[in-house]
Structure formats: structure tokens, C-alpha cells
Design a protein around this ligand. Structure first.
Ligand code: S3P
Length: 425
């Protein structure tokens, strides 16, 4: 689908509710599927990725049903059934990596497959620790399809080289059904939804700074209300800052401190962003955010901040093109392993729009503020985050742009266009 985007000359205004968090939606299905008893997941995401997880656990014999458009009920004995069919994870790295941790310790074999993009993404990062735990996983040179031969696993001590919530969660999930505890350390703290949710479900899990200690545990079904996704909110936050004459309110945004790096960056850039309220919903901090058009200045984004905003880097790059001075983003080499190589895809497409952006091995150097010219076709590389970042860039381009493959936005955010249209004056 080609999406044409025109400059927004009137500004954005109004108040919208941000749809459900993708990471939490995935986890709510997975954890309910291996828990004992009934779970109710309210405000489940309508993105394609969480739906891939839901479908996969149905194929593993779990009783999962929608009771209304956004509510999912899961009834489980805690046991999964074997299936001879390959399990398809679609575009979702979270599904493949976390589910591998669950399946490695079962008493049956499974095959996990994915789409073209997922089949190119690195799986060594989970195969290495899971193998140390006793898992038997065959892969295509550390890429999907993954053939998982169920085995009895044991706990390990593992110091990960990368700050990845997907790797951490995979090992934690494998330990639930293993012999002995696991101590897992990561270089910087990545998102901690797995730790919070499993604790809420009764798992024996302790955390301290960048270390998690988990003991094998049985977990119980619970009720979850999924908060709004700050990674989805990020596109509206960015648009509100760079489209002149804007003043918007975003409601129900998850503000877990392991995810709010984007807010820190915007504060460093001098952006007008205000947290209006904070509540605790199902163990997560949730709030409303007000954003007004701002004169931004360049900043440096690096180190422990990177895992707190890993999915927001393409949209931060768009913001940097509209900020005075230089923005440097570094220590983000893992961006090359996302749904696309986001360092080269973001740099290439923003350059087409007229941005002064250069790619480095682990990030970007962006000089601003540049007038984006537009009047070009840009590509999404089948990457939802690039599609939505380019849309926001299009709102400040002098001339219309055409985004090829915009339908990829549905991977995480099918409501994106409808919500933008609500903010038009
Ligand atoms: C996710 C973790 C992140 C993120 C992805 C979702 C998760 O990946 O990029 O979109 O739900 O755990 P890494 O932790 O591998 O960086």
C-alpha cells in the first residue's frame, strides 16, 4: 500500500488514547498459556505480532478465546500439547525468541518458522544460553527455522553480552520449567515486563539492578489490563513536537522506567512534554502526556539509555532532523538486527527527504535543523517502525511524499492512521 503524506499546516490538536503495548500483550498470552487456571487479558493489542503469539498458543492446544474485541480469556492446565505442524511466528522476534525458551524444556519437539525478515534475524543470542541449559535446538546457521527437540533443562549463571529483553525473557521462561535456579546478568537493564508479570503470577523471581535470579516455579492465571504502548505513543509525541502549532494529549501511556528513554531524550532536546498523571495499572506505571510544538536542540543518545528507547531510534532520528545542532546516536549496533537494518534503512530514507544524516557503525550523526523537501518515494523495508517514522517526517516535508509498503504499520499499530486523523484541526 502506498501512503501519501502532505505537510500539516494547521497543527495537531486534541486528545487520543494510545492502544495496547505490544511487549505486554505478547507476554500476557504466553504466561497465561503456561499458567494454571483462568487468565483474562483486557485491552489486548490488535497488532499482527501479538496475534501471531495468540494463534501459536492455540495451536499448542491452549483454550484461548476473545470475549469481546479487546478481551481475551485463556484457560490452561499449565501444560501444552504437541503438534506436528510448524509453528509460524510471522514477523515477530519476540514470539520466536520467548517461545523458544518455553518450548526448549517440553517433552515434545517443535519447529518454529517466521516470515522473510524474521528468518534473517539472529537466533544465536538465545540458542547459546538455552543450549547451556541443556536445550537441543537445530537451526539454519543460527537462523529460523528452529527445530526444538524438547529436553530436561537446568538453571545456569549467564552474563549476557547484550541488553536484550528478548534474550533475558527466553532464559527466564526456560528456567520456570528447569531444575535449579538461573542467575542472569545483562550489561544494562532492558525492559522488565517479564520480571514484573511473572512475579505477579507467583513466580519465585528476584531482581537487583541488572541481575535476575529465577527459581523454577509454577505460575497462576491472573487478570491483566494492558496499558498503552509508549513505542506507539512515540510517533505522536514526535509529531506534536515538530508540527508547528500543535498541542496534544496522549492518554493511557505505559511509563515503565525501562521504556521511557524517549522522554528523557526529549527533555534533553528542550521539548515541551509534560506528564499529567501517573497511576499503577496491573503493576505498570501508566499516565497521560501533553506535548506542544517546540524548538528542539541536538543531543547525544548512548549507553544505558539505548535499551530504554531501542524501538524509538528511527523516530528520534526524525526529531533530530528538526533540532538545531548535532545529534549523535551511538551504542545502538543491535538496530542492525531489527525488522530491517534500521541504521542503514533510516539513514537512507531520511536522506532522500533532504536530511543531513550519516550512518555510523553503531548509530547516526544528524545535523539540523534541515528543511525536508519531500516530493519523493520512500521505502519501508517491510519495517513497521520505519513506515510510521517516515509518516511523521512527511508531516513536515515541504512537498508530498509517497511511502511504499505502509501496510507494515499493522504489525504493531493498526489504529495509527485513524488516530492521526483525529488530531487534525
Ligand atoms: C522486545 C524487546 C526489544 C524490542 C522489541 C520487543 C520485547 O528487543 O526491540 O520490539 O518485547 O522483549 P530486544 O530486547 O531484543 O532489544
Amino acid at each position: 500500500m502506498v501512503m501519501r503524506v502532505k505537510k500539516n499546516i494547521n497543527g495537531l490538536s486534541g486528545c487520543i488514547e494510545i492502544p495496547a503495548d505490544k511487549s505486554i500483550s505478547h507476554r500476557a498470552i504466553m504466561f497465561s498459556a503456561i499458567a494454571h487456571g483462568k487468565s483474562v487479558i483486557k485491552n489486548f493489542s490488535s497488532g499482527e505480532d501479538p496475534k501471531s503469539t495468540l494463534k501459536l498458543f492455540k495451536e499448542l492446544g491452549v483454550d484461548i478465546k476473545y470475549t469481546d474485541e479487546k478481551t481475551v480469556e485463556v484457560n490452561s492446565s499449565g501444560k501444552l500439547n504437541s503438534t506436528s505442524q510448524p509453528l509460524y511466528c510471522g514477523n515477530s522476534g519476540t514470539t520466536m525468541r520467548l517461545v523458544s525458551g518455553i518450548l526448549a524444556g517440553q517433552n515434545f519437539n517443535t519447529i518454529l518458522t517466521g516470515d522473510e525478515s524474521l528468518s534473517k534475524r539472529p537466533m544465536k543470542r538465545i540458542i547459546t544460553p538455552l543450549t547451556q541449559m541443556g536445550a537441543n535446538i537445530e537451526s539454519d546457521n543460527f537462523h529460523a527455522p528452529l527445530k526444538i527437540f524438547g529436553n530436561k533443562l537446568h538453571g545456569i549463571e549467564y552474563a549476557s553480552q547484550i541488553a536484550s529483553a528478548q534474550v533475558k525473557s527466553s532464559v527466564i521462561l526456560a528456567t520456570l520449567n528447569a531444575d535449579g535456579k538461573t542467575k542472569y546478568t545483562e550489561p544494562y537493564l532492558s525492559r522488565n515486563h517479564t520480571e514484573l508479570m511473572l512475579k505477579y503470577m507467583g513466580a519465585d523471581i528476584q531482581t537487583s539492578e541488572n541481575t535476575v535470579i529465577i527459581n523454577p516455579s509454577e505460575i497462576e492465571g491472573k487478570e491483566f489490563r494492558v496499558c498503552g504502548d509508549i513505542s506507539s505513543a512515540a510517533y505522536f509525541i514526535a509529531a506534536g513536537l515538530i508540527v508547528p502549532n500543535s498541542d496534544i494529549i496522549l492518554k493511557n501511556v505505559g511509563l515503565n522506567p525501562t521504556r521511557t528513554g524517549i522522554i528523557k531524550v526529549i527533555e534533553n532536546m528542550g521539548g515541551n512534554i509534560e506528564i499529567l498523571s501517573k497511576n499503577n495499572i496491573s503493576g505498570e506505571i501508566v499516565g497521560d502526556i501533553r506535548i506542544k510544538s517546540s524548538n528542539l536542540k541536538g543531543t547525544t543518545v548512548s549507553g544505558e539509555l539505548i535499551p530504554q528507547l531501542i524501538d524509538e531510534i528511527p523516530i528520534i532520528a526524525v526529531l533530530a532532523t528538526q533540532a538545531d545542532g548535532q545529534t549523535i546516536i551511538k551504542d545502538a549496533q543491535d538496530l542492525r538486527n531489527k525488522e530491517s537494518d534500521r541504521i542503514s534503512s533510516t539513514a537512507r530514507e531520511l536522506k532522500k527527504l533532504g536530511a543531513d544524516i550519516s550512518e555510523t557503525e553503531d548509530g547516526f550523526i544528524i545535523n539540523g535543523k534541515t528543511k525536508l523537501s519531500g516530493d519523493v518515494e520512500v521505502e519501508t523495508y517491510n519495517d513497521h517502525r520505519l513506515a510510521m517514522s517516515l509518516y511523521v517526517a512527511g508531516l513536515v516535508c515541504e512537498k508530498e511524499i509517497a511511502i511504499n509498503g505502509f501496510e507494515w504499520a499493522n504489525i504493531s499499530f493498526p489504529e495509527f492512521l485513524e488516530l492521526f486523523s483525529k488530531l487534525n484541526r
